[in-house]
Ligand binder design. Structure first.
Ligand SMILES: [Zn+2]
Length: 90
C-alpha cells in the first residue's frame, strides 16, 4: 500500500486556512519592492500565499496582511491588479 504523498502546506493570507501549496497562489515581493501575483511560483523574493479566491484577497487586504508580511505600504493599484489577475485565474 502506498502512502499518500505529503504536500507542503501553506497558510492563506486571507482566510487563514492551511492548504496544499499547489492550491494556493503565491504573492511575491521582489528585490525592487514590487508586489505581484507569482503565477509561476518561481519568482525570487519574499512570498505570501492566497487561495484562488478574490474574497481571500479582499480579506487579506482588509487585515493588511501583505503590508505586515512585506513590511511596506501597498498601493491601491497593486491590489486592483492582483484582483484582476486572480479573477482571470480563478
Ligand atoms: Zn483563503
Amino acid at each position: 500500500m502506498q502512502k499518500p504523498r505529503k504536500l507542503p502546506l501553506r497558510k492563506c493570507s486571507g482566510c487563514g486556512q492551511m492548504k496544499p501549496k499547489t492550491e494556493l497562489i503565491r504573492v511575491v515581493k521582489n528585490q525592487a519592492g514590487e508586489v505581484f501575483l507569482d503565477l509561476t511560483s518561481k519568482q525570487p523574493g519574499r512570498g505570501a500565499y492566497l487561495c484562488r479566491n478574490p474574497a481571500c484577497l479582499a480579506a487579506a487586504r482588509k487585515a493588511r496582511r501583505f503590508e505586515k508580511a512585506f513590511s511596506m505600504a501597498i498601493p491601491e493599484a497593486v491590489f486592483s491588479k492582483m484582483e484582476e489577475e486572480l479573477r482571470l485565474h480563478e
